[in-house]
Design a protein around this ligand. Structure first.
Ligand SMILES: *Cc1c(COP(=O)(O)O)cnc(C)c1O
Length: 461
């Protein structure tokens, strides 16, 4: 018989209790946290959708691998296993382990960046941009035009605009372009996928002009699933083969293992160029650790090696992408304004459209984030004017282009009934829609204010 329910393709062996809380208690916790869920204690959260980074549940095989961790300083068995898994996957002979993705970015981008250099990307992730700018170089985002159309379904909204890329390379002079970085999936662009055709075009342009092509491969397995499902002629390949083919196009890659390697900490840099790898390795040894462990223990490398195999399993990716789409579809059915379609790892709510009575300076996204905690103990993240707003010379807020709230889904952590509970909570959000108060910033730091800012509720006028 044909089943319609996509079940979690695992049973639960170890459980982590969730402490139940009441709306009254959460109202107090919210005030104590100055209406900023980053300041909440995790034990006061029922469903934590703040990020998918480092929040995966590990499998029995990963925990078993952890017991086999070889903690030798040099040439550990665990390192050799991880190195081989990454070499087979990426086709890169030179692998540098790091404690997380941004450490790998720092090694490479400070090496190839610097004053006068330019990096082009579909969209640079914030730590990527920070490492590029820290080196003195400039990062330029060239997302495909479809990405701006929030309500419209396109199969590959994460693509890079190759017309503008070629023009940009010519204008800057290829010798000044440090690299083209293709982020798959496009995290800052809503977790939207990049097609193989787009990656091939980017690779062809890079080859034509002799420019380096780097993959930011944090969510390459999720991206491969979308290609497998949506791109003509690709369904016969496995997701692992699709990822291998995409890696083959690039000169190297960076990965935060906290995403698609299904571990809580880790990352790597892999390169095809020996000379560049040796230069990065020198800095690796000075700043991270010896070249056969980077910032990682042997057991971390075992879990990563195992995770990089498991993440490409068909049933896992089917369940993973389906569970994100499930949440998206149910919320759309309820009339919640959403960015469409769902990305791989998160759904995005348009809080500006949900709360038309709250202008950007009353932070509708932050108001929704607080509502979800108050009504359901759900923690999530504002991606709007709190995160991206700036002040002009007169101290007036220059708002972000959109007032979004992101619900990121940890891998293998929550079941469908948890998602049903989240969906139910949005019923309450809709009921109280007109009563929701805006927020004003009471205190903020000079940089990255969303992490630590304190808010106050603004009574209705
Ligand atoms: C998370 C992430 C990084 C940085 O990795 P960390 O492990 O958080 O340092 C870089 N690029 C993308 C696309 C990411 O999602």
């Amino acid at each position: 018989m044909q089943h319609h329910t996509v079940i979690e393709p695992f049973r639960i062996k170890v459980v982590e209790p969730i402490r139940m809380t009441s709306t009254e208690e959460r109202e107090i916790r919210l005030q104590e946290a100055h209406f900023n869920p980053f300041l909440l204690h995790s034990e006061d959260v029922l469903i934590d959708l703040l990020t998918d980074s480092g929040t995966s549940a590990m499998s029995a095989e990963q925990w078993a691998a952890i017991m086999r961790g070889d903690e030798s300083y040099a040439g550990a068995t665990s390192w050799l296993r991880l190195e081989k898994v990454i070499q087979d996957l990426t086709g890169c002979p030179y692998v540098l382990p790091t404690h997380q993705g941004r450490a790998a970015e720092h090694l490479l981008y400070t090496r190839i960046g610097g004053q006068g250099k330019i990096f082009f990307s579909n969209t640079l992730f914030d730590t990527t941009r920070a490492n590029i700018e820290y080196s003195g170089a400039t990062g330029i985002d060239l997302p495909a035009p479809e990405s701006r159309d929030a309500g419209q379904w396109y199969p590959f909204k994460g693509n890079l605009d190759t017309t503008r890329l070629e023009a940009g390379i010519r204008e800057s002079g290829p010798e000044n372009v440090a690299a083209v970085i293709l982020t798959v999936t496009n995290n800052s662009g809503g977790g939207q996928p990049v097609s193989m055709a787009n990656a091939r075009e980017v690779a062809a342009i890079c080859r034509r002009y002799g420019v380096r092509f780097i993959l930011d491969a944090c969510r390459i397995a999720e991206n491969a699933w979308f290609i497998h499902q949506r791109e003509p002629g690709m369904s016969a390949m496995t997701c692992r083969e699709i990822a291998q083919e995409m890696f083959r196009l690039a000169d190297g890659c960076i990965m935060s293992a906290k995403k698609d390697a299904l571990v809580n900490m880790g990352g790597f840099l892999a390169l095809k160029d020996l000379e560049l790898a040796l230069q990065c390795r020198t800095v690796l040894i000075i700043t991270e650790g010896y070249s056969t462990y980077g910032g990682l223990s042997g057991r971390d490398m075992e879990a990563m090696a195992q995770g990089l195999e498991e993440v490409f399993h068909h049933d896992y990716l089917h369940y993973r992408i389906h569970s994100t789409a499930y949440l998206e579809e149910k919320l759309i059915d309820m009339g919640i304004p959403m960015i469409q379609p769902a990305g791989g790892h998160a759904v995005y709510i348009d809080a500006g459209a949900l709360y038309p009575h709250l202008p950007p300076h009353l932070y509708p996204g932050q108001a929704l984030v607080c509502e979800l905690y108050r009504l359901g103990g759900i923690r999530c993240c504002e991606i709007g004017s709190v995160m991206f707003g700036r002040y002009d010379q007169d101290g007036k807020l220059v708002p972000a282009t959109r007032e979004l709230v992101r619900l990121a889904i940890p891998r293998r952590v929550y079941t469908q009934s948890h998602m049903d509970y989240v969906i139910e909570t949005f019923g309450g959000v809709l009921n109280r829609r007109d009563k929701v108060k805006g927020l004003r910033i009471d205190w903020e730091p000079p940089f990255l204010r969303h992490f630590t800012a304190r808010f106050e509720e603004v009574p209705h006028s």
